[in-house]
Design a protein around this ligand. Structure first.
Ligand code: UD1
Ligand code: UDP
Length: 379
């Protein structure tokens, strides 16, 4: 039996880990034992606990309860906690997802004590090192032994950074293996969308009709922490809300920052706009149903951009760039940054000419199974 330690911490990692835990349970339960460690980076029940209940994920054996904090402080506490657990368990590998501070901490803790790192969602690049996530991704990729990229662009980024695609093992941090293997989030969307239609009451609860509303999320630090950017985004949303219902399940970071950075006048306009419905974060099944039912999606989230594509919805990206370049190149998403006019123009363009071409970019829905089989083969 091989042992892996899985590190989760932020909402999207809990969701991504569900796909691998499901593959282990269904196909590899006699060969692969998973120990789940929650760093506690996200801790509100609607940012963490709700996903364990709903997605049927095994509860973490450990919660480091690190909580929020400055980058160095938060990361340092995580490294310390993860290192102790790795020393106790001596797993065959550590499995890390995405690009959060929890990912970086796992990579540092494990690679220093020679535990092979498996990075799921490797190779993605924004080419913007002001993003904390870009630093986290690069550091994690360059200490990994198995790197699973969901897209061809990600795989090519790795080749450009000097990784080689060796056909044969053994693999190590000095001789890593890179894959283009599809996206575990696509596996999840396929798996949970039927369940969401059966179980979620998010449409009725928010008084929405199919294709009769726009879904939005905002949480990126360079949007929430900069008054001019957050103001421009809300100006655009208020204008769109003159014609459309917009549902915004808002990250707690944005809830808090809105009060700090937006003017009293803007806060009042938002509050009195009945078409702009701001709610707390929703569960994954609710989110999947809302994405599947929306007419358009406006977001700065990495995961929600992709899910827009999975559900064949036009997407306005509230960032200056994206790691998911394929969805922009295909015409299904537009980069709007936090520019009011670009957001409004893109909204009008997509309303007049919705995208129709959604080629399969993210694999066949079996990335998780493939990843487990490669871990078993090589570590
Ligand atoms: C983190 C990730 C980001 C990811 C996002 C997913 C890093 C550097 N950033 O950003 O890549 O896209 O998670 O959602 O790792 N807060 C709460 N309750 C919670 C969690 C957070 O109130 O349960 C508030 C706190 O005020 C906290 C702030 O949100 O300071 C930011 O949380 P943090 O985990 O540091 O970063 P995110 O913005 O969530
Ligand atoms: N999500 C959710 N409820 C919400 C908002 C998002 O379940 O209220 C899910 C979403 O469907 C996606 C993931 O959270 O699977 C994306 O996480 P987030 O936007 O926090 O982070 P990112 O992907 O940008 O790192």
């Amino acid at each position: 039996m091989k042992k892996i330690v899985t590190i989760i911490g932020a909402r999207p990692q809990i969701i991504k880990a569900a796909a691998i835990s499901r593959a282990i349970k269904n196909h590899y339960s006699t060969e692969l034992q998973e120990i789940i460690v929650h760093t506690g980076q996200h801790y509100d029940s609607n940012m963490s606990e709700v996903f364990f209940e709903e997605l049927n994920i095994p509860k973490p054996q450990y919660n480091l309860n690190v909580g929020s904090g400055k980058h160095g402080e938060q990361t340092a506490k995580m490294i310390k906690g993860i290192e102790e657990i790795l020393l106790t368990y001596q797993p065959d590998a550590i499995v890390l997802y995405g690009d959060t501070n929890s990912t970086l901490s796992g990579a540092i803790a494990a690679s220093k004590i020679h535990i092979p790192v498996v990075h799921i969602e490797a190779g993605l690049r924004s080419f913007n090192k002001k993003m904390p996530e870009e630093i986290n991704r690069i550091m994690c990729d360059h200490s990994s032994t198995l790197l699973f990229s969901p897209t061809l662009t990600g795989y090519n980024n790795l080749l450009r950074e000097g990784f080689q695609d060796f056909a044969e093992g053994p693999f190590s941090a000095d001789r890593p293996k890179i894959y283009h293997c599809g996206d575990v989030m696509f596996d999840n969307s396929l798996y949970f969308s039927q369940l969401a239609r059966e179980k979620s009451s998010a449409m009725a609860a928010n008084n929405l009709t199919k294709n009769g509303f726009i879904l939005g999320t905002i949480h990126r630090d360079n949007n929430t922490d900069q008054p001019e950017r957050l103001t421009a985004i809300f100006n655009a949303l208020l204008k769109i809300a003159e014609q459309e219902v917009i549902l915004l399940p808002l990250h707690p970071r944005t809830h808090k920052k809105m009060q700090e950075v937006l003017s009293a006048h803007m806060l009042e306009a938002i509050q009195s706009c009945s078409n702009l419905k701001i709610i707390n974060p929703v569960s994954f099944l609710d989110m999947v149903l809302l994405e599947d039912s929306a007419k358009m999606i406006i977001t700065d989230s990495g995961g929600v951009q992709k899910e827009s594509y999975f559900f064949r919805k036009p997407c306005l990206i509230l960032r200056p760039e994206t790691e998911w370049v394929e969805i922009v190149e295909s015409g299904a998403a537009k980069i709007c940054d936090a520019d009011e006019n670009t957001i409004l123009n893109s909204y009008h363009e997509f309303t007049a000419h919705p995208p129709r071409d959604f080629k399969p970019i993210f694999g066949d829905g079996k990335a998780s199974q493939f990843i487990c089989s490669e871990i078993l083969k090589h570590l």
